[in-house]
Design a protein around this ligand. Sequence first.
Ligand code: SAM
Ligand code: SF4
Length: 339
Amino acid sequence: MGLRGTRLTVCYNGGVKDQYGREIRDLRISLTDRCNLRCVYCMPEEMVFKPREEMLTDDEIVLVVRAAAELGVRKVRLTGGEPTVRPNLVELVGRIAAVPGIDDIAMTTNGVRLAPLAAPLAAAGLRRVNVSLDTLDPEKFRRITRRGNLADVLAGLEAARAAGLYPIKLNAVVVRGFNEDDVANLARLTMEYDWSVRFIEMMPFGGVAGFQMNAYVPSSETMARIEAALGPLVPLDLTGYDPARTYRLEGSRGTLGFISPVSEPFCAQCGRLRLTADGRLRLCLLRDDEVDLRTLLRGGATYEQIRERFRAAAYRKPWGHGLARHVIPRQRVMSQIGG
Ligand code: SAM
Ligand code: SF4
């Protein structure tokens, strides 16, 4: 199948809706299942990665983005695994940025390779980054990531700021026994920087679900720790959809967010689909319900057939996850989905 040069009519009026009337505007693309870290909450230490030939190629990813944009998707977030370990990343970002209809490209990264990449990525069309950072203590950072250097991430953050990637968001997963008492230090960053520091409740997946459920810390506890150390959290009434409940500290430059998929699910407003690195559309982060696009992409399907499979998949996006009823996704860990 020729993936390049497909003629497109872009429909800008209204997006594709799921069976519950939620508009699908946001596509999260996992560029790889590989990673240069091994965070305890994300994957087992001896993680086995998928063969490279199972990963979607650049052409295949761009074709899916075109189909998604034609159906109303406006926002693309690149994730992984670690997106910055994918070869030709800068060129791929440029190609996605050039897709008619896509008006926002963001990336979720561990920041380790951001220092050399931030400026070329920004020049290629990347607009903003979410950097995962769970502690400001170098020893704890190494324990949580099983191999990383905190200094690399801090250099990456500085490079992102210098390259004009904005806003900068920091994501911290709170893990009992690892970083639950670091949350105030992370929150304090918002006094100095106009960053958004967000605390995420740990979710259970596959083979690491046991650890994740035992070390889970609810947002209510994280909020209480921050208030005890830094004073009251002032709620912000921000417009627009954001899974984070947003606050600020008295006199801060930045904001604090609490993302609570376990204790306060936000499924009712979810307009996201995920494309896994091996070419499945995952309809809900926390459900194993997936639609295979790769077989179609590699089997001679027309562009229209791929777009229609995307539309049909979007329509049947499930209402929400089943954690409250102990339905846990078993088929993949987080790095194989893309957060
Ligand atoms: N490697 C990149 C990074 O770490 O930012 C992108 C992929 S990572 C899977 C995306 C996000 O998922 C990160 O912010 C990470 O902290 C978060 N995450 C990983 N495992 C999680 C879990 N079990 N529960 C909640 N968030 C998790
Ligand atoms: Fe890698 Fe991101 Fe998972 Fe950490 S959270 S192991 S950086 S994919």
